[in-house]
Design a protein. Structure first.
Lengths: 120, 115
């Protein structure tokens, strides 16, 4: 249980185009989804937190007009990188938490397999 | 404020030897702690987690971790390393007091297993 998928797993695009990445919770309803960015050989950097039906909360320094996040349902969140540039090339990972369970069990995040974006 | 420190960005062990990956945390409230493993070009897989109760937590793939409040530590161990254990390991604490459920990650430890 608690499987999170991402699509696509990798994408190559030209500079100036927009790219959409999907994050789905396959066997549970995700109250909250998180989007991370990971640079080579580094830890994960939280970009934003999204709750179903409400606007995403972005971390300091993350451009919300550049990285559009939509969490339209309890099983799907999307990250759109608008007008992508080479510096946006990175590994993007989403995670989801169900919000179910007793006590602090609901704090567990389940991670997707990641999407590698290369902007030429 | 909560924080996580992973000592040793790179750890090398021989196959069959003990694996010890260190994690220390700082938290003003009872922490909720995690260890995740990341294989190349993949997402993070939950190894184990500590919530409350038993301080020795057993996870997948033979890993376990012990929560030591007095030492503010949550070190990850495995009695005998296998080649397939080579990966990046992340310790994290849930930022529960803020109500955001965000994680604070350590910087990661890359485990290399020598034949």
């Amino acid at each position: 249980g608690a499987v999170v998928s991402q699509h696509p797993s990798w994408v190559i695009c030209k500079s100036g185009t927009s790219v959409k990445i999907e994050c789905r919770s396959l066997d549970f309803q995700a109250t909250t989804m998180f989007w991370y960015r990971q640079f080579p050989k580094q830890s994960l950097m939280l970009m934003a937190t999204s709750n179903e039906g409400s606007k995403a909360t972005y971390e300091q320094g993350v451009e919300k007009d550049k990285f559009l996040i939509n969490h339209a349902s309890l099983t799907l969140s999307t990250l759109t990188v608008t007008s992508a540039h080479p510096e946006d090339s990175s590994f993007y990972i989403c995670s989801a938490r169900s919000g179910l369970g007793s006590g602090r069990a609901k704090e567990t995040q389940y991670f997707g397999p990641g999407t590698r974006l290369l902007v030429l | 404020a909560q924080s996580v420190t992973q000592l040793g960005s790179h750890v090398s062990v021989s196959e069959g030897a003990l694996v010890l990956l260190r994690c220390n945390y700082s938290s003003s409230v009872p922490p909720y702690l995690f260890w995740y493993v990341q294989y190349p070009n993949q997402g993070l897989q939950l190894l184990l987690k500590y919530t409350t109760g038993a301080t020795l937590v057993k996870g997948i793939n033979g890993f376990e971790a012990e929560f030591k409040k007095s030492e503010t530590s949550f070190h990850l161990t495995k009695p005998s390393a296998h080649m397939s254990d080579a990966a990046e390991y992340f310790c994290a604490v849930s930022e529960s007091p803020s109500g955001t459920y965000k994680y604070i990650f350590g910087t990661g430890t890359r485990l290399k297993v020598l034949a």
